[in-house]
Ligand binder design. Structure first.
Ligand code: NAD
Length: 227
């Protein structure tokens, strides 16, 4: 069975109603990234960081998967499909994808601020400021902040190395090390990029570009995969 690896970013969830942060103003929901998505931000102002992610979690829980999430899940009927996502939302899982590897964490989980290996599901939609892990340290959002290690890069790179088709959708390919995955494809792997901005992205010449939104790209993807 052909192996398809799908690498997604914030753009795939835009049509569900979740914005990207690399818009024209460079802000994520009105905040500079350094204010809310770094270990220093957590040290400086944990209340702000907790409030920010509590709101992102609520946003995530009120939206539903779009046609692109569902299409990626449906591909499992004919292919061995693995999703690698930079998104912290759970829309791929809710659309029915059975193999989803989160590179940057999962908003609906909490982790110990002392030991990143201690991860817990969140009951409800908030982490309260007085919640602690079993070691007694405050719970923080289970997200990989800028400047932190990305432990899932190793299994992600292995998946990409085995791919016959690599679909990259809705990512500006500006966040490292995730963006390096493109360069783990084996020779002969078909690479397809879906992004309304695809023509502007710095990508190798042998890549097929579909310069459309994720949901609009479905028909083009289906046509390419049928050949
Ligand atoms: P990014 O914001 O850097 O880039 C998003 C890309 O999506 C852009 O190239 C844009 O042209 C494209 N895009 C916009 N609308 C689209 C659409 N309808 N269909 C397809 N593509 C579209 O996002 P990134 O590369 O994922 O990196 C940002 C980081 O932001 C990630 O680490 C992620 O953790 C975090 N983030 C996650 C979410 C989420 O979980 N939904 C939302 C915002 C940010």
């Amino acid at each position: 069975m052909k192996k398809i690896v799908i690498f997604t970013g914030a753009g795939v969830s835009v049509e569900s109603g979740l914005p990207t942060f690399r818009g024209t103003d460079g802000l994520w929901e009105g905040h500079r990234i350094e204010e809310v998505a770094t270990p220093e931000a957590w040290q400086r102002n944990p209340e702000l960081v907790q409030r920010f992610y509590n709101q992102r979690r609520k946003d995530c829980m009120r939206v539903i998967p779009n046609a692109a999430h569902r299409y990626f899940a449906e591909l499992e009927q004919d292919y061995d499909v693995h999703v690698i996502t930079q998104n912290i939302d759970d829309l791929h899982e809710r659309a029915g994808s059975s193999s989803v590897l989160h590179l940057h964490g999962e908003i609906r989980k909490a982790q110990s601020s002392k030991d990143a290996g201690l991860v817990y599901p969140i009951a409800g939609d908030e982490i309260k400021m007085d919640s602690v892990c079993e070691l007694g340290s405050p719970l923080r959002p289970h997200v990989v902040w800028f400047g932190e290690a990305v432990p899932n890069m190793v299994p992600a790179a292995k998946l990409v190395e085995e791919a016959d088709v690599f679909i990259v959708a809705g990512t500006s390919l500006q966040v490292y090390p995730a963006a390096n995955l493109l360069y783990h494809c084996k020779p002969g792997c078909q690479i397809i990029i879906v992004d309304p901005n695809a023509k502007q992205l710095a990508i190798p010449a042998n890549v097929i570009k579909i310069p459309h939104s994720a949901t609009k790209a479905i028909d083009y993807l289906a046509e390419i995969l049928s050949k």
